[in-house]
Design a binder for this molecule. Structure first.
Ligand SMILES: *[C@@H]1O[C@H](CO)[C@@H](O)[C@H](O)[C@H]1NC(C)=O
Ligand SMILES: *[C@@H]1O[C@H](CO)[C@@H](O)[C@H](O)[C@H]1NC(C)=O
Length: 204
């Protein structure tokens, strides 16, 4: 009895170790239209001069997809714990249209962006490498204070909508988080897919 029970426990442990990221259960809803603002929401000078920006809160879908793009791996080959403990994702955005995402102990991937003609707060972005389709699409800034964070609503090339927040600090105040979560809910994003990335175990 004892032996069979411990065998079951061992099997369960092995199963949870080899199980990859579940992109299907982290799916967000289909892309919806974002209204074009009359004046820009985002101060681009601020964004382009802030290095790095952290990625403290987002939809699970965004976290998985950005991670897979940095790792250049299939979802089935990446464990859940790896993402939460080793991702340590950071962004660097430049006025020449280049964005870098760094994480997993110094891995770096580049994105090329192009501003939309009819919306200064929106740009298309394309990653590099064979797994670029994990995270390419159109990003709309829908909320910002121009000094500590901006909220990006993303319609990915697979026509799913997701979101993420870039911030100057690795943690956010409860007040800012509430503002962000309320905004995400108001856009129609599912609370069950909200997630946070911690930086306390990051080496750099
Ligand atoms: C942020 O900066 C943009 C561009 O300068 C400006 O139009 C917008 O009103 C600013 N928003 C806030 C909340 O400061
Ligand atoms: C844009 O600027 C960054 C930072 O200086 C640089 O690393 C990157 O190579 C540049 N990209 C292009 C396409 O010139």
């Amino acid at each position: 009895m004892w032996y069979s029970l411990s065998a079951v426990v061992t099997l369960l442990c092995i199963a949870s170790v080899v199980q990859g990221l579940d992109l299907k259960s982290a799916n967000d809803q289909p892309c919806f239209n974002i209204p074009t603002p009359k004046t820009p929401k985002l101060d681009e000078k601020w964004v382009h001069s802030t290095h790095p920006m952290y990625f403290p809160v987002m939809s699970t879908n965004s976290l998985y997809r950005v991670s897979l793009n940095v790792l250049q791996k299939e979802a089935k080959d990446v464990g859940f714990a790896t993402v939460y403990y080793d991702a340590c994702l950071k962004w660097d955005m430049y006025d020449n249209g280049t964005i870098f995402s760094t994480g997993f102990n110094g891995l770096r991937k580049e994105y090329k962006t192009k501003t939309l003609v009819d919306n200064p707060d929106a740009f298309t972005f394309v990653g590099e490498g064979g797994y670029k389709d994990f995270y390419s699409g159109t990003l709309y800034t829908t909320l910002t204070d121009n000094k500590s964070f901006f909220f990006a609503t993303v319609c990915m090339n697979n026509r799913e909508m997701s979101w993420g927040v870039a911030s100057t600090t690795p943690t956010l105040t409860e007040e800012t988080k509430k503002k962000i979560f309320d905004h995400a809910v108001s856009l129609g994003f599912n609370k069950e897919d909200f997630t946070e990335l911690k930086y306390d175990t990051c080496e750099n």
